[in-house]
Design a protein around this ligand. Structure first.
Ligand SMILES: N[C@@H](CCC[C@H](N)C(=O)O)C(=O)O
Length: 255
């Protein structure tokens, strides 16, 4: 089976341009960092049946679970389409959360993420300490926790999943922690549903920027794997950042 490997600020994906339907065990085997190719998730390139939309991003988390949306994945998916000569300029991409538009640039790819929904308050617990947070829906569920004074981002132990309220988040949640760097500039870490701690999360960056922006029209979000920008024009939100392909080959891994 043909594959490519790509990443957006270190959030890395196995891209399958011509795979048939996937199974959770095949996805987990491909994403295994020791016995497989390694990745935070899989992007299967599929055809969309929607009018005016050619491509469906069939996104899977590394544990074999499905997610509705992946912001960095959409940017890497668009980079693949461009490199394969399948798209240029602006390309609509169907996801399980709806259609997003990607604008392909030389250095960065921007995705029109639509408007996130802020829908309540909840908490996450890390090594016995409770962090208050805001629930944000970016197509997928997020809990955005500002760090209180005296707690640094680097001190958080995210080797284990943060505990969260399963009644509030019955389908699980991606948990972000952030601290300010400067006005309209924050630094974050994320523990992703289905993928553990990752070096970046595009929907997570949008969720954090939505909570932290104040009146800013753009927010710079530093993630462990680099930097993305989140822009807030009227009526939508854009995620912008680098997206690169780093390898291509054939795999014999089978589910
Ligand atoms: N890394 C992604 C989000 C991937 C899906 C997430 N783990 C979930 O289960 O919702 C991004 O860049 O948005």
């Amino acid at each position: 089976m043909r594959f490519l490997k790509g990443h957006g600020t270190g959030n890395d994906f196995v891209i399958l341009p011509d795979a048939p339907e996937l199974t959770p065990s095949l996805v987990a085997a491909l994403c295994d960092r020791r016995f497989g190719i390694g990745g935070d998730g899989v992007l299967r390139v599929a055809r969309s049946s929607l009018p005016g939309v050619d491509w469906f991003m069939d996104y899977w988390n590394s544990d074999g679970s499905l997610a509705e949306m992946c912001g960095n994945g959409a940017r890497v998916f668009a980079r693949y389409l461009e490199s394969a000569g399948l798209a240029a300029g602006t390309v609509p991409i169907e996801t399980r959360a709806g259609v997003v538009r990607a604008v392909i640039g030389e250095q960065t790819i921007s995705v029109d993420m639509g408007l996130p929904k802020v829908y309540g308050e909840s908490t996450a617990t890390v090594t016995g300490r409770v962090y208050e947070g805001t629930a944000v829906d970016c197509g997928n569920p997020h809990l955005v926790c500002p760090l209180p004074d005296g707690v640094s981002l680097s001190s958080l132990d995210l080797d284990r999943p943060p505990a969260y309220d399963h009644d509030f988040y019955p389908a699980g949640v991606n948990v972000e922690f952030y601290e300010p760097v400067a006005p309209a500039h924050v630094r974050m870490r994320v523990y992703e549903r289905g993928s553990a701690e990752t070096l970046s999360c595009g929907t997570g960056a949008v969720a954090v920027a939505t909570v932290a922006r104040g009146a800013a029209s753009s927010v710079t979000v530093d993630v462990p794997g680099g930097r993305v920008q989140v822009h807030f024009p009227p009526d939508t939100v854009w995620l912008e950042g680098p997206a690169v392909l780093v390898a291509a080959g054939e795999t014999t891994i089978a589910g």
